[in-house]
Structures are given as C-alpha cells and as structure tokens.
Design a binder for this molecule. Sequence first.
Ligand SMILES: C[S@@+](CC[C@H](N)C(=O)[O-])C[C@H]1O[C@@H](n2cnc3c(N)ncnc32)[C@H](O)[C@@H]1O
Length: 455
Amino acid sequence: MANVEQQKPILVGEEYDVTAIRLNDNGDGVAICNGMTVFIPFLLVGEDARIRIESVEKRFARGHVVERRTVSAERQDAPCPVFGECGGCQVQHMRYEAQTAWKEGRIRRIAERLGLDADKVVRPIIGSDTPFRYRNQVQMPVRYNANEKRFEMGFFAPETHSMAVTDSCHLISEAMQGTLVRACRFLTSIGQAAVDVHHIVLRESATSGEQMIVFCTAHDADDVAKSLARFHAPSVKTVAITVQPRPTGPIWGRAVDVRKGDGYLIERMGSWRFRVSPRSFLQVQTDMANRMYRTVLQQAQVSPEDVVIDAYCGIGTLTLLLAENARRAIGVEEIGQAIEDAKENARLNRIESAEFHVARVEQWLPKWIQSGGKVDVIVFDPPRKGIDRAALDAAIAAQVQRMVYVSCNPATLQRDLATLLEAGYHVEEMQPFDMFPQTEHVECCVSLVRSSVGK
Ligand SMILES: C[S@@+](CC[C@H](N)C(=O)[O-])C[C@H]1O[C@@H](n2cnc3c(N)ncnc32)[C@H](O)[C@@H]1O
C-alpha cells in the first residue's frame, strides 16, 4: 500500500510560502498549501509569495500576501489610490489583455462544464476600447466627517460598510468625478440639511456629456429637499432626491422627486435615441452596449413575421432594435419608470411594432403562454440572479424555437443553460463581452435553438 503521508493542517495566523496556480472567479490567486486550496487576493498566476492565513473553512482557506517575491508579466500598477481597499475593482493590478483572457477562459470553462465544445461555441471575447473611465453612472456613498467638518465620498470595502475615502474613481469620466467633488463641497456648505445624505447617484450621457444627479437622503422633509435642489454644476441638467431611511442596503426610496430639470437624460446609440430616468437601468458602458446589442440582433435572427419577447427589457433598448425587423416585439420589465421611458423611446425612434408591460417576467410569461400568446423568439437579459425558474419553464413549455440569453453572471448563466440543454435546446454561440473592465464581472450573449430545428 502506498505510504500516504498525513498533510499538516494549515493554521489561521500562520505564514506559508506559496505559488498561485490559477485565478478563481473573483480574480483571487489560488494556491495549494499543505494540500488545501487557499484564495489570495491580488496574487497573479505564477507569482510566489509569503502569505498569512486569515480563515480556514472545510474545503478552502483565505490568506493575504505578506511579501510578494516574484512579479508576473501580467502585473501592472493599479492607477487607483484605493485599489484593494475599495470593493469596486478586483483586477486593476492585471494588464488589460490578461483580464480579458481570464474572462474568456471563464466562459470557456462554463461551456466545457456543460459538455460543449468550447473551441466551437465560444467566440473570442470583445474587449473594451476604453478600459478606464468607461462608466456612464455611479452610486457613490458619501458621509459627513465630523472631525474635519466636511462631506467625503468613497466606496465601501469588500463585504463591509467601512468606506475607502477617495475623491477619484478611474472608472468614471473626469467630468463626473468633478461633479461629485463639487457635490460634496455643496453638501458641506448647506450644513444640517445635508447630514443625512448617504449616497449620490450620478449619470452622464456618453454622447452629450449631460449629467443627472440624485441625492439619497434618510431625511424626509421638504426643507431638506429644497436645500438639496439648489445644487448646481454646468453639466447637471436634472437634480432629484430619493428618501431612503436606511443608509446601507438598497439606496432607492419609494419615489424619486425631480426638483430641477426634465428628470431624464437622452443617450444615443448610432441613430437611436433613448430616454433614461433615474431609476431605470442602462448598460454602464454605452459603446459596448451598442456592440452587444448588434450581437443580440444577429443571434436572434428575427424575421418580419415573428413575435419577439424581450424579457427584462429596462428602457426598451433591445425591444426597439428587435421591433424594427419583427411583426411585434413585447418588452417586459418590473420598474414602472423604465417602462414609461420605453414607451417614450418607441415614440422618439418612431417604432410602432413594440409594446411594453410593467410586470415580473416570471409572472407575465407563463400567463402569456397559457393564454395562447404566440412567441417565436425570446431575448432574456436578467439581473445577476438569472432567469426565474417559472419563466424558464414557461419558455420551454411553449417550445420557443430561438432564444438569446444576455448574462452578466457566469454562475447563473451556467445554471440556466444546464436547464435549457436538459430541455432539448442547443447552444449555437457564446459571445463574451468585457462590459466591466477592471472588475471580476463578464457579460455573455448566448444563442440557443430547439434541437429539432437546430442547424
Ligand atoms: C440587466 S437589466 C437589462 C435591461 C435591458 N435589456 C438593457 O439592456 O438595458 C435587467 C432588467 O430587469 C429588470 N428586472 C429585474 N428583475 C425583474 C423581474 N423579475 N421581472 C421583470 N424585470 C425585472 C431590472 O429592473 C432591469 O431593468
């Protein structure tokens, strides 16, 4: 019998020498230490380091780098002064080509885990032309610093509510950064009326540079709203307020009170114009969204007789693009304000074959199908939790011939694709996009057909 040597346990607080052999899905280095898997943030593949163990679970441990002894060719200096403290970016220390290769690899692994031939189905990732300063929106935590008698802004550290204070974020434009700094000075200047402001939401049109600001405050009083409404900055066309008593957790209150301006921005994609209100979803990188939508259109293969459902439609961007070639395109979305935007967007772009419903997809889709509603193609673009099972089951029961799944979360993508493959669907193509450079996130468009009609 082989002499199996008992591995020594690894201990919290102890230091070990390790080499990262791969990255996990959060971008942490993975090393094997005394037979146990250890996750080490900010350590790249091939790098040797002395690490200290922070916690040990049943199957894995976590550690942090005490001393890095070698430097990967994929390493770069992170430009952000609070990178590592702030929970926003996970991979600013990686060269951009390495980031995109890692993200493409994650999509390839999903294909392999699903039993697909990754070389055949996974297309090369489409990277961003602007890996920094690409975001058209930010939700910035702010707080009053009583010692310094001023407002400060920053981002929450990973999984905590302790703030990494900074005046700069390298993911938003310098103009947005300038407006946020100005907004903090303004909050300091109005004193008591501002003390309960806990977030600022700022959006900027990537095409016109116009901005829209929302102050999120815990204090529901008209004098507070009046004071906040006095905020002025040259690019800011809309000032709004939302009252959310809890400074942590969801930032939106029940209503958004527009105090100055139209209450929306207009964003352009090619010849298309889209109105977006404060609560409505808009893809964070306008140029990349435009490229991604072109892929969805190719994958959806809509023909003029088709009825298309755009499930989780937001402000109707995809619904309208799909409607151009369809008999009828139906957008379904739970946020009422987004559906108002979508209807206005249909008018702005002179599209008559689109209609919109405020509903939860998992409730609306089964009803539509049970009532005999026709559907040839469904585009699903769900939030991170993926497609609700009731919605997937309804689409499967209706034997929808073609689907496009736009995912921002590889874990739920894999789960939902497994269900669809099991139900007889066939994956034609998986196209990853880097919608979120410097972060762990990756977007992917997947086209599926029912096997009986597949190519
Ligand atoms: C990833 S966004 C996609 C929006 C749109 N396709 C776009 O590209 O702008 C997901 C959208 O689904 C909406 N949503 C989330 N859960 C929903 C549900 N259960 N039913 C309907 N809409 C939902 C969100 O409000 C958000 O607008």
